[in-house]
Design a protein around this ligand. Sequence first.
Ligand SMILES: Nc1nc2c(ncn2[C@@H]2O[C@H](COP(=O)(O)OP(=O)(O)O)[C@@H](O)[C@H]2O)c(=O)[nH]1
Ligand SMILES: [Mg+2]
Length: 388
Amino acid sequence: MNEEFPMIVRSFRGRTTAEALAVVRRELGERALIIDTRTISEPGLLGRKVGVEVVAAADPDTARNETELATVGATARSNTVRSGGNRWGAQAAGLATPPADDTPPAEGLSVELAAIRRQLARLASGQAVPAGHLGEDLAAELEAGELPAELLAECDEAVQRAGERLDPTLRRDFLARLLGRHLRCPGALDWANTRSLLMVGPTGVGKTTTIAKLAGHLVLERRRRVALITIDTYRVGAADQLQAYADLLEMPFAIARTPAELGQAAERFADCDNLLIDTAGRSPADAARLHELRGFCRALPGMQVMLAIAATAGRAEFARIVERFSVLPLEHTVVTKLDELAAPGRLYGCLRRHALPLTYVTTGQEVPADFRPASAQEFAALAVRAAA
Ligand SMILES: Nc1nc2c(ncn2[C@@H]2O[C@H](COP(=O)(O)OP(=O)(O)O)[C@@H](O)[C@H]2O)c(=O)[nH]1
Ligand SMILES: [Mg+2]
């Protein structure tokens, strides 16, 4: 998490946008920067309560003194949320940041011309992405990270909306905050109330390794008694790997070939606090296997299901995996192989598009060290290359 973020960022609620904005102005001053607005709906005494949540930022001094929001090198002129564009107009490419005062005019001009040229090239190639407010460098970086075009446009619009009140050096942090809010991160797994966890996912994604990491964490740091079980319906002998971890960690181990066998194993391990259940088998395209797994899900009351998906998966592959495994009640996701991530924007786009409930990430092959709780802010910061 970025403790150093030199701005106050808070969320405010109201029944209407106007009401929420009034609270923002009262608390953070007239010059507060609106980062995001969304409708909220939550259970209340008399049915669902609908309202608006506004996230706003302000310089700490501004919030206290109700003076102008101090953005380096910018003189604030407008009190409205939407600020006017720059001197070239909002649609001009890459010109959102006027050259600093000490930039020789000729150099500033050539930068601008280069930006226009690149934008024209994009238009000509049919990949027009309205990224003129992000600045050429940041837009190019986000594109290189494969942030989907619609999200690039969203970032661009947010920067445009922020206008000159947003210090250019805070652009990445600002966008990370904005994007982070759109991911689902329900928080740490409640191990005290989750006795059994079933790990599913494609072959080779890191399911068994992750189970071993979780087991190590539970035993070493939480002093819980853990048993490991492998569901091995195809008798492919894939249980050996988990058995080796069970031996290493001195944990009881069982193989279950049917839901009934899983139930029996759970009874046998009645003195264990947690049962970590691995699955082995063929490709996720195997519908019969998934149907079979549904049977296993019903074998133990309160069992939770975790999908393992690799950070390196392509967009189409990601969609295919989520679609396949969605026949199971997926309560958790572990994003594996984050250490091999090459396209952070693509990963962010996939996580957001499929609204997966993010619980853990794994970051290497070392057991049990290479895993940690997932953080929406981290995925977003990776996507916009901000400090996490
Ligand atoms: N780089 C990297 N490799 C991993 C990670 N997690 C697992 N692996 C490796 O991925 C390979 C497959 O892991 P495994 O647990 O057997 O996958 P499974 O088939 O889903 O059970 C092994 O070589 C693991 O060491 C990770 O977070 N990062
Ligand atoms: Mg395995």
